[in-house]
Design a protein around this ligand. Sequence first.
Ligand code: HEM
Length: 462
Amino acid sequence: MTVESTLPAPAPSTGPEQPPPAPGGAPLLGHAWNLLRDPLGFLTELRDGGDVVRLKLGPKTAYAVCDPELVATLLKSPDFLVGGPLWETMGVLLGKGVATSNGPLHRRQRRAIQPAFRMDRIHEYAVVMEDEARAMAARWSDGQTVDIGAEVFRTATRIVARSVLQVESIDERADRLSAALHTVFEGLYRRMILSFGPLYRMPLPANRRFENALADLHRLVDEIIAERRAAAASMAPGSNPDDLLAALLDDRDENGETVNEQEVHDQVVSLVVAGAENVAKTLTWTFQLLAEHPEHESRLSEELESVTRGRPVAFGDIKELAYMRNLITESMRIRPAVWILTRLAAVDTTLGGYRIPAGSDIVYSPLAMQRDPRAFHDHLAFDPDRWLPERAADVTLAAHAPFSVGNRKCPGDHFSMAELSLVLGAVVQKWRVTPAAGADGTPRIGITLQPRQALIRVEART
Ligand code: HEM
């Protein structure tokens, strides 16, 4: 008899189980098929399968997290990094800036940008926001059909460039930036869903458009940085502007060396992209909702009138505009720009008691959580009053976090709320926002969500 045969047999593994498989899927493509066909419906229905479910995306396994509390755990856990399909794809555009980096590099980059988003700075930026919002509203004429998606994209690009980066000569560049970003975002979504490299290296018109737009965007950012370096070199010591671009040019790495050109570039791209895209899409949806809901449009106009008494809305008014705040919050709940986010498991770990192997992709959908009937009464209704203090107390915070939570929480949250309020206010003070012929409010799927045809009709207020 050997020694081994006298030992008791090993106990069956009692480690955590893997999450249950998600329903659906097709041969070869797996659940990528469902994500291509109806991503919003598919991600929303996943919650019926469990709090965490297993997806097959072609040959890869990924995990979808469907419970808001577990999403909050995911976002706060050091076991998960910014990564996965969304952030890998976005890396083509953002390089290694604050939105895509991890670990010590992310901490240093975040420290470099954070002072630019303090409340006292936002107070200064509000002058630019007011100016740009009024200029946009002044360009339209009575009865005009406005392509609101394009208009607010241009305005948001100008605001982030003129305020955070203090770029003065922006006129022609804002148009180029908007056009380039639009094309790049369309191409990126295709690359996220169907990540098949050789397809995008073929000499097809769509690939050429994408590459040209990407090159133009990077060229524009290089121009902006080069101009600032040249201006700084010609200034007396100590008289350089004390702004974000100056802080990025001055940033030091862990060895005390100034950071390299590429990192400054990637940081600026990250800020311009995050600042323009998310605000523009949120504004587009909010105007779309106002056109669809005249009763809310009138209430907003009445609140603006009673707070401002006919003068143009200004930063100091925002704290008084409680109804507007609820309306923006509700717009971000029901029609969020950011509808899908991803992470990467850095180590073998668990989530909700399930086993998640190192290297796994994790997917979650803010849209699905924000439309969860378990968290929101009458969850598909556009109801700004659900955010009144007496009713909002029932909402679990995890179910609605449009700016995210944890160490990757959006640094631009207060900036955005100021910008959204001032642009919305300037337009609604001057124009009645009504539905336009040809408008189509069904969501168009991309890296972010937007209405398929974002058109509104504006009528002069008497
Ligand atoms: C309504 C407008 C906005 C929304 C809904 C929004 C939403 C978000 C969300 C959800 C994240 C976290 C992403 C993740 O966890 O993977 C994020 C990150 C970020 N946002 Fe925003 N954002 C908005 C506006 C802005 C603005 C105006 C700026 C800057 C001018 C900005 C800069 C950033 C940056 C730099 C990050 C990356 C932060 C990090 O990873 O440390 N965002 N944003």
